[in-house]
Design a protein around this ligand. Structure first.
Ligand SMILES: [Fe+2]
Length: 279
């Protein structure tokens, strides 16, 4: 059977993608951040998963306010990088895994998660920046990718608990698949940041670390953090952290924390990277 071998939480700060694409990772502003993520790249190379299920949010690239799916699963054979205003990122086309993705669709929908199924879409920095953080600049991405897009843009986003339960259902789905694929689930976005209005620039490192502690050691408690707490403590875009709960749900109740780093500043976001393995 296929299996979930690990989970990764990773911010998807667009400026990190720009720094990689433009060869700026050694510059004084960026070098401390990229030094911190280097062990994660070594870990990723060693684990070498066949498939990454990347839980991310679209930023008005594939979807607009005309259509707002709460959970959208990508079934295509490939997903091209989206043009987010400056041309598409110069990164490889993302290769999908239609067979496993359709199995996930069937398993999850019959498990009462009402997904939107997407046969064609482009993927933006929400998905490609974590791949760049974990893999650098390869000719082709070393793993196949199944995108799982979550609405955290338009109120109301799904609850953390719903995301956590979806992660548990993803694990059941993966383990009922006949292939031998080794799967890493990536939850992306966060950590605390706010992009607009009076509190633009908000960063709350204390909340973010407390969130990570809860996510690792007491995920049921993390799953019950209400939306208003994310909004108040982590800023309006901090709600992206609910996507890390999908990743956490796909792992055992008890996990081993392999790697945790956070960094300020990267753009205007508290940038986090967390790697968990089943204990
Ligand atoms: Fe985002």
């Amino acid at each position: 059977m296929a299996q979930v071998v690990a989970g990764v939480g990773c911010s998807h700060v667009p400026a990190v993608g720009v720094a990689i694409d433009k060869g700026q990772t050694g510059e004084p502003y960026w070098a401390p951040y990229f030094a911190k993520v280097e062990p994660a790249r070594s870990w990723m190379a060693a684990v070498d998963p066949d498939v990454c299920i990347v839980v991310y949010n679209d930023h008005a690239s594939a979807f607009s306010l005309e259509v707002i799916p709460t959970f959208a699963l990508g079934l295509a054979a490939e997903f091209s990088p989206a043009d987010e205003g400056y041309g598409p990122r110069p990164v490889p086309v993302v290769e999908g895994h239609p067979e496993l993705a359709w199995h996930l669709a069937e398993s999850l929908i019959l498990d009462e998660f009402d997904l939107t199924l997407v046969n064609e879409m482009e993927v933006d920095h929400g998905l490609t920046v974590p791949l760049s953080v974990l893999y650098g600049q390869p000719e082709a991405w070393p793993c196949r990718v199944i995108p799982l897009c979550v609405n955290v843009i338009q109120y109301p986003p799904p609850t953390g608990n719903r995301c956590y339960r979806l992660g548990q259902a993803i694990r059941r789905a993966v383990e009922s698949y006949g292939g031998g694929e080794r799967v890493v689930v990536c939850g992306t976005g966060g950590m605390s940041h706010q992009l607009q209005a009076q509190r633009a620039g908000l960063i709350n490192e204390a909340f973010d670390h407390a969130f990570l502690d809860r996510l690792v050691a007491d995920p049921e408690a993390a799953a019950h953090i209400p939306h208003v707490e994310y909004l108040r403590e982590a800023g309006s875009e901090g709600i992206e952290l609910v996507m890390w709960l999908v990743m956490r749900g796909a792992l055992d109740p008890t996990v081993r924390e392999v790697h945790r780093v956070t960094h300020v500043p990267t753009s205007n976001t508290h940038n986090g990277l967390l790697i968990l393995e089943n204990a």
